[in-house]
Design a binder for this molecule. Sequence first.
Ligand code: PBG
Length: 326
Amino acid sequence: MDLTDRPRRLRTDGVRPLVAETDLSASDLVAPVFVDATTDERVPIETMPGHERVPVDEAVDRVAEVRETGVEAVILFGVPESKDASGSRAYADDGVVQRAIRRISAETDATVIGDVCLCEYTDHGHCGVIEETAESDPTLTVKNDETLDLLARTAVSQADAGADVVAPSAMTDGQVGAIREALDEAGHEDVAILSYAAKYESAFYGPFRDAADGAPAFGDRRHYQMDPANRREAFREARLDAEQGADVLMVKPGLPYLDIVGDLRREFDRPIAAYNVSGEYAMLHAAAEKGWLDLEATALESLTALKRAGADLIITYFAEDVADHL
Ligand code: PBG
C-alpha cells in the first residue's frame, strides 16, 4: 500500500483554512425584502420563519436591519393594494415597490434590486397578460409579446425610483432585450439587468407564493418557466439573455440545480447568480424545528455549495443569519 499522497495532511485546523477553495462572505449575499401596501404593521410570513412583510413606512428600517449584518444588497418584492388583469400596480409610479425604492435609495446606501414580474400584481396570478380563454384552456396562458411592454414599463418605473439593478423573472421570451432598450431610452444606461435566465417551474417556490400572494389562480407556470428535466435548454436561455444584454445570469432554484450553476459558470463570462429559494429555506427551518438538522450549519453549507458550484452572488432568505455568523 503506497500512502505517500495523504489528503488528510491538509485537514488540520491550522492548514484547512489556508487551502479552502471557496470563500463565502456577506458581500456575496442579497436579502429579499417584502413590502406590503395592504398593512401598516409588520406581518410575519408563516411559511418563512423570521421573515415579514413590511409596510412602505418601515422599508428603510428593514433595509437598515439587513445592512447591520453586513449584507449590502436587497431585492424587493411587492404586495400591491389592488390587483387587476394587466397587473397595473407593477408599473405605477406610486406602486408599493416604487415608493419603497424611492425611500431606500434616498435614505440608505444599500444596493437596490427590483424584481420585475407581474404575478404579484395580476388578479389571475400569472406572470403576464393572459388569453381570454386561458381559464378553460391553460395551455394558452400568458401572451408573450403583449407582456413585454408591461415588463419594460415595470423596469423603467423601478429605475426611475432609484433601483440600481432590475431583475426580470417572468420568463417571457425577449424580456431582457425589451427592458434594456426601454431603460436606455429612459436614460438608465447604468442600471444593470440581473436576469432570471434559467428559471425552472419548481415546486420549491411554494412558501414564496404564500409570502407574496402570487400563486396562479388556475393552471400552472409550466408554459413559460423551464422544465426541471432540461439541462441543455439552460444554455439556450442564458445565451439568449446574454445576447439581449443581461449583465448577470441567474439560476433558480439553487441547490437542486447545482449542475446548471456549474454549466453556466463554465460557459459564460458574465457573473452567475443563484437563487436559494423559499422552499430551500423553509425545509431547513422545518427540519431544524423538529430537532433533525442544525439550522445554522446546514444554511452555511448550502450557501457554500452554491458558491463552490460557481455562483458569484446568492439571493437567499438566510442572508442576514449567515452574514451574522461569518
Ligand atoms: C416572481 C417570483 C417568484 C419567485 C421569485 N420571483 C415566484 C414564482 O415564479 O412563482 C420565487 C422565489 C422563491 O421561491 O423564493 N415570478
